[in-house]
Design a protein around this ligand. Structure first.
Ligand SMILES: [Zn+2]
Length: 196
């Protein structure tokens, strides 16, 4: 996890039409409305990851992230940041920032890798057959940037029976932020009912 990253600046240099607005916004002016995630963290990711070259990814990602996300590597079990992580929030792609999994769907699989019963959205994670290492497995890939996440197995708990076994390195965590509405709703109002 390397948030916030200077990606907005990197992309600005790569893009011809950047007027600097994204960089300024990354500094942190909120829009004023209720937000659920830290906007400055979201803006640290590339706008169009499909446009990035292999050289770009090497520059943007750490060597470990590059190995897992772009070379389909696997982190050592029990070595990652999130296998034993229990905060409320969402897990986003460490390469492009797309929301991939929710803490509500996370479970302790005992494998040493963060495990989920399903993606946050059915379209967020793509799957494809992986015949490496003499096995036939189902690889899980970020649908936005194509980054390797991990594998899916059929030995998960209800309600899906699936175990999405994901590398911590492929994820960044964005904690849930209580909305102003929830923060203010602390039981019965003391101001009394307003008349109609
Ligand atoms: Zn991605």
């Amino acid at each position: 996890m390397r948030l916030p990253r200077p990606l907005a600046i990197v992309l600005c240099a790569l893009s011809t039409g950047c007027g600097g607005g994204e960089v300024a916004r990354a500094g942190g002016a909120a829009d004023g409305g209720p937000v659920s995630v830290d906007r400055s963290a979201v803006l640290a990711y590339p706008d169009d990851p499909q446009a990035l070259s292999d050289a770009d990814w090497r520059r943007i990602l750490t060597p470990e992230e590059y190995h897992v996300l772009r070379e389909r590597g696997t982190e050592r079990a029990f070595s990652g940041e999130y296998w034993n992580h229990h905060q409320d929030g969402v897990y986003v792609c460490a390469a492009c920032g797309q929301v991939l999994f929710r803490s509500d769907d996370k479970f302790d699989s005992g494998t040493g890798w963060p495990s989920y019963t399903r993606p946050a959205d059915p379209g967020a994670v793509s799957t494809r057959e992986d015949r490496s290492w003499g096995m036939v497995r189902t690889e899980a890939v970020c649908s936005r940037c194509g980054g390797h996440l991990g594998h899916v197995f059929d030995d998960g708990p209800p309600p899906t029976g699936k175990r999405w076994c994901i590398n911590s390195v492929s994820l960044d965590f964005v904690p849930a932020v209580a909305s102003p509405l929830e923060a203010g709703a602390t039981g019965p109002t003391s101001s009394g009912p307003s008349g109609d």
